[in-house]
Ligand binder design. Structure first.
Ligand code: ADP
Length: 412
């Protein structure tokens, strides 16, 4: 029997009986708290947690055994206690009253120590079982609460993920719809340029237009055509970016230099970073090329930069540093910020799907998981640490190509 069960509280207004009981229990290895004053005992019951075994004399002046028993039973969230009532009453109605007040058993006076001992044994067994049940109950309650919280959290995350995928589908639809009119604007502007090169000399020589009008038309029309062409280029870039993000493009690997990939990713992120963030790029020109799906690698870089931007929202002087170095057979890309950093105990968790510390609507917790998938599909690695100034530092390692294999493609 554990120490916790070997504790007893005895209340008896007869000092001689109390002394005998105290001795007996001490001999049986119990820690004993003894009260001859029932009122003090009543206060004790209300004040602190109780031992698992309580022996109460029934008939006492001031507070009797039944009152103390009722006080014991009325405590909330209390650990289980076994109450043994000592009484000279023998009428069954009286004994029922004792049991009704919450006593487990009674012992008749004069006390037979052997009977007491066997009743205490039964009490110990019962209390031990009750204690085990109580521990299990608390464990399962806690578990149930945790599961409930987890389910609630997961449900929220799924709603997010669902919303994100709906946004993805919508973005893909928009990209597709925008593509068609962009294509015919682009085609028409080329035709217009040709027509213009034919009619510009005629306008120059025309007699029925004032010189002022001629000058305006000849100067402004090429500028307008150029403006339309630039606009179309920008729309195409945005459409391409959207397509990349919603995974509408098949994985297409080709040879690329790192610099343009970083520049393109930066271009896509600029707006979301805002003007306050200073972006420093340190990408040496002589880095070897990589054989990658450019859009996927850009997606990783954009995700890392957007995360850095979020971590820098409260910074006074926010800086993102994009750098790269080469190793024997790999190149490393670094995305570093001087934001809040990632707590050490979260460095492993950030890769787990749906792990996010961002508020509802801002984070899905999928970004880094997807990044890791992409980089690992390229036989690379992505890791996160905190730099000396406390901000996060992400490193992407990709296999590099020999100089002879490398004829880089242009990033669109
Ligand atoms: P999300 O951005 O939707 O939360 P991610 O998988 O991209 O999902 O990121 C997971 C978590 O990693 C973020 O919620 C954030 O706690 C942490 N994290 C990522 N990047 C940074 C960073 N640059 N600085 C601090 N914490 C970061």
């Amino acid at each position: 029997m554990g120490e916790a069960f070997r504790q007893v509280l005895i209340v008896d207004d007869d000092p001689v009986t109390l002394r005998i009981l105290e001795r007996c229990f001490q001999n049986w290895g119990f820690q004993v708290e003894a009260f001859v004053d029932s009122e003090l005992a009543l206060k004790r019951v209300a004040a602190r947690s109780l031992p698992p075994l309580i022996i109460l004399d029934w008939m006492m002046p001031n507070a009797n055994g039944l009152e103390i028993c009722s006080a014991i039973r009325s405590r909330e969230n209390a650990s289980p206690t076994y109450v043994l009532m000592i009484t000279s009453k023998t009428e069954s109605e009286d004994l029922i009253e004792a049991l009704d007040s919450g006593a487990h058993d009674f012992l008749s006076k004069p006390i037979n120590i052997d009977v007491l001992k066997s009743k205490v044994k039964v009490a110990e067994q019962l209390m031990r079982r009750e204690m085990e049940i109580e521990i299990e109950r608390r464990y399962w309650n806690l578990h149930a609460e945790q599961m409930e919280a987890l389910a609630e959290e997961r449900a929220k995350q799924l709603v997010h993920a669902d919303r994100m995928s709906s946004i993805g589908v919508m973005a893909a639809g928009i990209a597709h719809e925008v593509n068609n009119p962009t294509a015919f604007i682009s085609g028409n502007v080329q035709t217009l340029e040709k027509i213009w090169s034919d009619i510009a000399p005629e306008i120059e020589g025309a007699k029925n237009i004032t010189e002022q009008k001629k000058e305006f038309i000849l100067e402004e029309t090429p500028k307008m055509l150029e403006g339309i062409k630039n606009g179309v280029k920008r729309i195409s870039k945005i459409v391409l970016g959207l397509k990349g993000f919603v995974h509408q493009t098949e994985a297409e690997r080709s040879v690329h230099s790192i610099g343009p990939l970083v520049e393109h990713a930066l271009e896509l992120t600029r707006n979301s970073l805002g003007k306050k963030v200073t972006v420093i790029t340190e990408i040496p020109e002589e880095l070897p090329c990589v054989f990658v799906d450019a859009q996927k690698i850009e997606q990783v870089l954009v995700n890392l930069m957007v995360n850095a931007g979020h971590a820098l929202e409260k910074s006074e002087a926010p800086v993102i540093r994009l750098s790269a170095t080469k190793q024997e057979k790999t190149i490393s890309l670094f995305v570093q910020d001087n934001g809040s950093g990632i707590p050490d105990d979260k460095l492993d968790k950030i890769w787990v799907p749906f792990f996010t510390t961002k508020e509802v609507g801002k984070g899905t917790g999928l970004g880094l998981h997807i990044c890791r998938d992409i980089i690992e599909a390229h036989d690379g690695q992505i890791t996160a640490t905190n730099s000396d100034d406390g901000g996060a530092l992400f490193q992407v390692i990709l296999p590099s190509l020999n100089q002879s294999e490398a004829v880089p493609q242009e990033v669109e």
